[in-house]
Design a protein around this ligand. Structure first.
Ligand SMILES: O=C(O)C(=O)C[C@H](O)[C@@H](O)CO
Length: 263
C-alpha cells in the first residue's frame, strides 16, 4: 500500500498537465505492461472493462510499483461498491454519470467516514490500512481520497457549475462519448466540441481541475490548450487491437480495408 499520500491529488496540485491511459483489459499482467509505459496516471476501468472488485484488486497490486497515479473507475456511484473499492486500496475514484450536485454530494459522503460521511469502518480487514497495521489510516483516510465525478450528459453540463462547486469533489471529468450520445451528435461535431469547451471553462471557473479522454491526438491537444489538466490519450484495448491488426495486415492477413480501432 502506498503510504506516500494521494499521488493523483499531488499531481493535480502541481498544476501541470498530466497524461493518462485507460486500462480496460481487466488483467493484472497486461496492467503491468501499461504500468511500465510512463503515463502519469492510469484508470483501471470498472465501468466498461470486465472488472469486479477482485480483478481490480489484482491490478492495483500489479501496479503498486508503477510510478503512475492509479485511478479506479466505479461502474456507478453505489456507496456499497465505493466502500469496497476504497477498502481494497483505491484512493482515487472516478465515478460516471453524475448529473447534479445532489448526486455529487452523496458521493462525497460515500467516500468519507462518519461523521462527515457514511463509509463503513472496516479498516482492520482492509488492504487500504495494511490490514490494520497502519494505525493512522482512519485519521488520514478522508483527506487521502481523491473523488473525480464524470459529467457526461446535457443535464450534467447544465448543472456543471453546481457539481464542480461541491466541497469534496476534487475534479470533474467530461466523458465525450456519453455526452455525444446524449446530444445525439458525433464526438467530433461542432456542437459536442463547443459543449466540451464550455464545460472545461466552467469546471476551471469553479476552481477545480478538468479532465477528459479521447484517443484523438488533435482533440486532446485542443483540450489541453483549453485548460484540461488531466487528459487520457488512449486505452490499452484500442492500442492492442490496432497494433495486432496492423501486424496481421503487414503479412497480408486480417481485413485489409479495416478501419483503425476507435471508441
Ligand atoms: O463518455 C466517455 O467518453 C467516457 O466516459 C470515457 C470512455 O468511457 C472511455 O472508457 C473510452 O471508451
Amino acid at each position: 500500500m502506498r503510504a506516500s499520500g494521494n499521488r493523483f491529488k499531488a499531481a493535480l496540485a502541481s498544476g501541470r498537465p498530466i497524461i493518462g491511459l485507460w486500462v480496460a483489459c481487466a488483467d493484472p499482467y497486461l496492467a503491468l505492461v501499461a504500468g511500465g509505459a510512463g503515463f502519469d496516471w492510469l484508470v483501471v476501468d470498472g465501468e466498461h472493462g470486465p472488472n469486479d472488485v477482485r480483478s481490480i484488486l489484482g491490478q492495483l497490486i500489479a501496479l503498486e510499483a508503477s510510478d503512475a497515479a492509479l485511478v479506479v473507475r466505479a461502474p456507478m456511484g453505489e456507496p456499497w461498491l465505493i466502500k469496497q473499492l476504497l477498502d481494497i486500496g483505491a484512493d482515487t475514484l472516478l465515478v460516471p454519470m453524475v448529473d447534479d450536485a445532489e448526486q455529487a454530494a452523496a458521493l462525497v459522503r460515500a467516500v468519507r467516514y462518519p461523521p462527515a460521511g457514511i463509509r463503513g469502518v472496516g479498516a482492520g480487514v482492509a488492504r487500504a490500512s495494511g490490514f490494520g497495521r497502519d494505525a493512522g489510516y482512519l485519521a488520514r483516510a478522508d483527506d487521502g481520497v481523491c473523488l473525480i465525478v464524470q459529467a457526461e450528459s446535457r443535464a450534467a453540463l447544465e448543472n456543471l457549475s453546481e457539481i464542480a462547486a461541491v466541497d469534496g469533489v476534487d475534479a470533474v471529468f467530461i466523458g465525450p462519448a456519453d455526452l455525444a450520445a446524449d446530444m445525439g451528435q458525433p464526438v467530433a461535431s461542432a456542437a459536442v466540441q463547443e459543449a466540451i469547451a464550455a464545460g472545461i471553462a466552467t469546471i476551471r471557473a469553479a476552481g477545480k481541475p478538468a479532465g477528459i479522454m479521447t484517443p484523438d491526438e488533435t482533440l486532446n491537444r485542443r483540450y489541453l490548450d483549453l485548460g484540461a489538466q488531466f487528459v487520457a490519450v488512449g486505452a490499452d484495448t484500442l492500442v492492442y487491437a490496432s497494433a495486432l491488426d496492423a501486424l496481421a495486415r503487414r503479412y497480408g492477413l486480417g481485413e485489409p480495408d479495416a478501419q483503425p480501432a476507435t471508441y
